[in-house]
Design a protein around this ligand. Structure first.
Ligand SMILES: C[S@@+](CC[C@H](N)C(=O)[O-])C[C@H]1O[C@@H](n2cnc3c(N)ncnc32)[C@H](O)[C@@H]1O
Ligand code: SF4
Length: 430
C-alpha cells in the first residue's frame, strides 16, 4: 500500500505529535538555531546645513555644536535602552550605516562616542561601515579620523557636476569643491567612495547631464548611485514645481531619457550594475548594508525617522526630533509605529526588495520560502523576459538594461503575480 492509499483509509492509527516527523530533524539545524542571527545597524543624524529643494528626508537646520551633543546623548541612550529590551548583546554586526541628514557634521569626539556606545552594545568585528557626507564638511583630518575609527565607506551627496543645477537644487557647494573632495578622499586611500547623483533635477539638459555622468565616471570612485529625483510632497520642488508651477521640472519622459543616457555611458564604462541604481567599479566594492537588508537581514535603527526590522517586525522611530529627545529623557524607546509581517508579507517583501539587485538568487528564495517564485509566476516571468526586462536561468533572475531603466517595475510585476498565486490581500504594492 502506498502512503497515499494508507492516508485515504479510515484509521485510528498514527497519532500526530509534530510536523514534520522527527525522522526529518537534523543536528546541523540545532547549531544554526543556537547561533546568534547577524544584524545591521542604521543611525539617522537629522541635521543639515541647508535644506535642498528636492530632499524629502527628515532633517533640521543645523545651528550649533550643542544640538549635535544633545542628540548624541539621546542616541546613545536609545542604543542602550534598545539593547536592554531586545538583547542584541551577542549578535554579530554585519554592517553599519550612519545616514541622515548630514552625519559628516559630527566632530570626531561625537562620532567616537557613538562608536564606543555601539561597541558596548553589539559585537562589532570590522564590518562595512558607511557614513554619508556632504562635500563641504569633509577635511583631510576628518578622513584620517574616520579611518582610525573603523569607517570603511563614504557616501558623498554630489547630485550634479553642473554649478547652475547644483545652485537651483539649493545646495551650497560647487562642482569644483565636490571634485576636490572626491580626489582628496581617493588620494588618502583606505575608504570606498560612493557618489549620489540625481536624474531629473530642475534645469537639467542633455548637455549638463552628460557632463555630470562623464565627470562621475572619470573620478573612478568605487560606486556611482543614480537616483530618480522624486518630487515628494514635503519638498520645495513639489511646492514650487508641481503645485505652484513657478519652476519647471523635467517631465517623466525627459527623466527616463536622462536615465537612458546615464545607462548608455555607464554600461560602456568599467562600472557594472549592482542594483538598478548603484554601479560598482569593475563589479567590485558592493554595498553590503543595502544588500543585507534587501536579502531580509535584521536591521536595528536609531535616530528620529529611522526605520528598521527585527524578526517579523518593521518599525520606525518618531519623526519629530523634540518628541525623540523628550522620550529618551524619560528612558522610553522612541519607536512610534510598526507592522508585524505575516509569512506571506515576508515573501512579497523579499521578492520586492531582492529585485532591486541586478541579479537575485532563485535558490536563496526557494531555500527560505520553499517556493520557486519563477515557477509560480511563470506567465509574468515569460512576459517580462519576452519584453526584454529580465533574463532567467535556474539559479537567478537578472535585470536587462530595460529592467534597470524601469527601476522597481520588475519587482512590482513579479510581486503582484506572486500575491495573486498566494491569495490577494488589501496591502498595495506602493
Ligand atoms: C542623506 S542624503 C546624502 C548625504 C548628504 N546629506 C548630502 O546630501 O550631501 C542621501 C541622498 O538621498 C538622495 N535624495 C534626496 N532627496 C531625494 C529625492 N527627492 N528623490 C530621490 N533621491 C533623493 C540624494 O541623492 C542624497 O544624496
Ligand atoms: S540632500 Fe543631504 S544635505 Fe540636502 S537636505 Fe537632504 S540630507 Fe540634507
Amino acid at each position: 500500500m502506498t502512503n497515499h492509499d494508507e492516508l485515504m483509509q479510515p484509521s485510528r492509527k498514527g497519532f500526530i505529535s509534530n510536523y514534520p516527523h522527527f525522522r526529518y530533524w537534523k543536528k546541523p539545524v540545532v547549531e544554526e538555531m543556537l547561533a546568534e542571527d547577524p544584524v545591521n545597524i542604521y543611525i539617522h543624524v537629522p541635521f543639515c546645513a541647508q535644506k535642498c529643494a528636492y530632499c524629502y528626508y527628515k532633517t533640521e537646520q543645523y545651528r550649533d555644536p550643542a544640538q549635535l551633543e544633545e542628540f548624541v546623548q539621546a542616541l546613545c541612550r536609545e542604543i542602550r535602552l534598545a539593547n536592554e529590551r531586545f538583547h542584541f548583546g551577542k549578535r554579530p554586526v554585519n554592517s553599519i550605516y550612519i545616514g541622515g541628514g548630514t552625519p559628516s557634521l559630527l566632530k570626531e569626539n561625537l562620532l567616537r562616542e557613538i562608536i564606543a556606545c555601539l561597541r558596548e552594545n553589539f559585537v562589532i568585528a570590522g564590518p562595512e561601515f558607511t557614513i554619508e557626507a556632504e562635500p563641504r564638511t569633509i577635511t583631510e583630518q576628518k578622513v584620517k579620523a574616520y579611518k582610525d575609527l573603523g569607517v570603511t565607506r563614504l557616501s558623498l551627496g554630489v547630485q550634479s557636476f553642473d554649478d547652475e543645477i547644483i545652485g537651483m537644487s539649493g545646495r551650497k557647494h560647487s562642482a569644483k569643491k565636490a571634485l576636490e573632495t572626491i580626489e582628496m578622499i581617493m588620494n588618502a586611500g583606505g575608504l570606498a567612495v560612493n557618489i549620489d547623483l540625481l536624474s531629473g533635477l530642475a534645469g537639467e539638459t542633455d548637455e549638463t547631464w552628460m557632463k555630470t555622468i562623464d565627470t562621475a565616471i572619470r573620478t573612478e570612485v568605487h560606486n556611482i548611485t543614480v537616483y530618480r529625483m522624486e518630487a515628494y510632497l514635503n519638498t520645495e520642488f513639489f511646492n514650487r514645481g508641481v503645485r505652484k508651477k513657478q519652476i519647471e521640472l523635467p517631465s517623466e519622459e525627459q527623466e527616463l531619457h536622462f536615465m537612458e543616457l546615464a545607462l548608455e555611458k555607464l554600461t560602456a564604462s568599467p562600472y557594472k550594475p549592482w542594483s538598478f541604481f548603484t554601479f560598482t567599479w569593475k563589479g567590485e566594492f558592493q554595498h553590503h548594508y543595502a544588500g543585507n537588508l534587501w536579502r531580509g537581514e535584521d536591521c536595528c535603527a536609531f535616530g528620529p525617522s529611522a526605520f528598521g526590522m527585527l524578526g517579523d517586525y518593521n518599525y520606525q522611530d518618531t519623526l519629530n526630533l523634540d518628541t525623540y529627545l523628550a522620550s529618551l529623557k524619560e528612558d522610553k524607546l522612541p519607536i512610534a509605529r510598526g507592522y508585524k509581517l505575516t509569512a506571506k508579507d515576508v515573501m512579497i517583501k523579499d521578492l520586492l526588495l531582492g529585485m532591486k539587485l541586478h541579479s537575485m538568487s532563485r535558490k536563496v528564495f526557494r531555500e527560505k520560502h520553499g517556493i520557486d517564485f519563477c515557477r509560480v509566476t511563470r506567465g509574468t516571468v515569460d512576459e517580462l523576459s519576452d519584453g526584454g526586462y529580465i533574463r532567467v536561468d535556474d539559479e537567478s533572475i537578472t535585470l536587462e538594461v530595460k529592467g534597470i531603466l524601469y527601476g522597481d517595475f520588475v519587482g512590482k510585476r513579479l510581486a503582484a503575480a506572486l500575491k495573486q498565486y498566494l491569495g490577494p490581500d488589501e496591502l498595495s504594492l506602493y
